[in-house]
Design a protein around this ligand. Structure first.
Ligand code: FAD
Length: 552
């Protein structure tokens, strides 16, 4: 069997190695347009910043290994320029020698990835304006970052933008990030990135949200960058990272079915509309695991798994892709943010019914040194409790919680299951009630109707209305005095039973504390004393993330 693979990095290299393991006699040829197969795209920002010192470490599977160990015919600097489906062959252009030739296939795998979106900005094609997709880009950026540059402007605050910004700060470069949206990291919900935005500022990054770049101009040895807001920035160089689009030109030209967004359409075995052609990785449209709607979710994990599935299927093994959950994580110095499944804004956009809760526990037992707080948001079906998504932000233990919930989503679990999951515990690693259990307890209580919740945005809005809720702060007077929701009255939870007569009957009461726990206890006391009450989910901490700092 002749297997041809176009693209030799994440999805392509995975498919090639798996195809070899299953077909010792197949002729497997990998065409890669760039100079290196199987390099670590995800490590590039850390090479720029010096965390990864040796460039060769980025070459995950060097060409010699692919050839020797896997007997793969890897042809770098070879671009496939067209696919002839009738003749079952591809046309190849050797970019090093100029040679052009045809290569026949029995099965073809498209793993051409994605291309950076290039916003059309006057002056945007200058030498000092870079992107970061491959090792050559990383080389250019590394050179600039280590040649005495003092100031950089980044366009785009997606995960690559944030990672590059961190690594430029590591090189003592002053960084300004310009982002069109009103938040960094668009896949996450706004209140979850708010602690990270604050950390960006603490690290000296000048974050310009709701702004864009209108023009780049050469300015001596550097750049003058004009913003839509009217400001002008000086920089030694700029990095543009505003997202990617599927690299599907070959597929479209060959008449393979693609979505309106340009992603190649496949079935769950990764076969395209031509059953002898598979497509994997950033170039394909995937089924969102939670909603089953189509989506473009360019991530390394899905690309690798899809590569294996395509190789399995063409080797006559039944293997099916389950869909993409969008499980992802970003680090910024000592802060981490991660998510899996649907975001709240995604659910709202798709008109999917959901409820949410927030918890703010420590990553491990508070009495053991080094415990750090985290914020975990859980999204679930309000009737069945099915887990729809989760996001977590903090310093340590963030990946662990989101990985556990990612598994729960894939297993179709509910918030009632999260109450019961048994996770590792010793004081330095977690808590006997892990944050995942805590989120399960709170969410399950909401589904069961034990403690109705209200959310910060709703509360902020309802405060403007006549007959609005009485807001009851059940923290200590010292906590209350240090900052509270405007208009709240204070009765500490420990005094509540004795002071119920101070509360007006017949008026709805919104209770809150620091993180939601004492608010929950107070809500239970009030409900059992015939008051109508609900608890502010995530307490004053979430209020601050959503609304800002309240003061009396
Ligand atoms: P790629 O790995 O991009 O490979 C596609 C290859 O196809 C390219 O090398 C290209 O040269 C080649 N090609 C295209 N057209 C042709 C042609 N006509 N002929 C021959 N060859 C062709 N994802 C994560 O999950 N976590 C991360 O931390 C993360 N960090 C990232 C950091 C950076 C800087 C970048 C750029 C990406 C990062 N990603 C991350 C995304 C991840 O790398 C991609 O989702 C993944 O590599 C996609 O795999 P792929 O095989 O579809 O495409």
């Amino acid at each position: 069997m002749k297997i041809v693979i176009i693209g030799g990095v994440a999805g392509g290299a995975s498919a090639a190695a798996r195809a070899r393991r299953l077909n010792e006699d197949a002729e497997i040829t990998v065409f890669e347009r760039g100079p290196y197969p199987s390099f670590a795209n995800c490590g590039l920002p850390y090479y720029v910043g010096g965390k990864i010192e040796a460039r060769k470490k980025l070459l995950v599977a060097p060409i010699e290994l692919l050839q020797k160990r896997h007997r793969l015919d890897v042809r770098v600097l070879c671009e496939v320029t067209s696919i002839d489906r009738e003749a079952k062959q591809v046309s190849v252009h050797n970019l090093a020698t100029g040679e052009r030739y045809e290569k026949p296939y029995d099965k073809l795998i498209l793993a051409t990835g994605a291309a950076s979106v290039q916003p059309s900005i006057p002056g945007g094609d200058g030498d000092r304006i870079l992107g970061l997709r491959d090792l050559l880009d990383a080389d250019r950026l590394h050179k600039l970052a280590t040649s005495g540059a003092k100031r950089a402007v980044m366009l785009g605050a997606g995960f690559i933008g944030i990672e590059v910004a961190e690594n430029l700060v590591r090189r003592n470069i002053d960084v300004t990030i310009v982002e069109l949206a009103d938040q960094i990291l668009p896949p996450w919900d706004q209140e979850m990135v708010s602690p990270l935005q604050q950390h960006l500022s603490e690290k000296g990054i000048d974050l310009r949200l709701k702004d864009s770049i209108q023009q780049f101009e050469e300015d001596g040895d550097g750049l003058k960058v004009s913003l839509k807001s009217g400001d002008t920035l000086k920089a030694d160089f700029a990095v543009v990272s505003v997202g990617v689009r599927p690299e599907s030109r070959l597929a479209k030209a060959a008449g393979l079915e693609c979505s309106d967004r340009g992603g190649v359409l496949t079935n769950s075995s990764m076969q395209t509309s031509d059953r002898d052609i598979y497509a994997v990785g950033d170039v394909v449209e995937v089924d969102d695991f939670v909603t089953k709607n189509q989506a473009l979710i360019p991530l390394a994990g899905p690309a690798n798994r899809q590569g294996r599935i395509a190789a399995d299927h063409l080797s006559e093994r039944s293997s099916a892709y389950r869909g993409t959950q969008g499980t992802s994580i970003v680090g910024f110095f000592d802060r981490t943010i991660a998510m899996t499944g649907q975001s709240e804004k995604g659910l709202r956009r798709q008109a999917i019914d959901y409820e949410k809760i927030y918890v703010h526990p420590a990553d491990h037992a508070g009495y053991y040194p080094g415990a750090n707080g985290l914020t975990l948001k859980l999204l679930f079906n309000p009737k069945t409790g099915l887990v729809l998504g989760a996001q977590c932000v903090g310093s340590t233990g963030i990946d662990k919680r989101i990985d556990v919930i990612a598994m729960a989503i894939q297993a179709g679990m509910t918030v009632f299951d999260l109450e019961e999951v048994e996770l590792c515990y010793a004081p330095q690693f977690g808590s006997a009630k892990d944050p995942v259990n805590m989120a399960g307890f709170v969410a399950a209580g909401v589904v069961r109707g034990d403690h109705p919740v209200i959310h910060a945005k709703e509360l902020a809005k309802s405060k403007m209305e006549p007959n609005s809720d009485l807001i009851l702060d059940v923290r200590t007077p010292a906590e209350f005095d240090a900052g509270s929701i405007p208009g709240a009255m204070n009765i500490p939870v420990d005094e509540l039973r004795e002071r119920l007569n101070e509360l007006p009957s017949g008026r709805n009461i919104t209770v809150y504390c620091k993180v939601g726990m004492r608010g929950y206890l107070a809500t239970r006391i009030l409900l059992q004393n015939e008051f109508s009450a609900h608890n502010l989910s995530g307490g004053f901490t979430t209020w601050q993330h959503v609304v800002g700092n309240g003061k009396n």
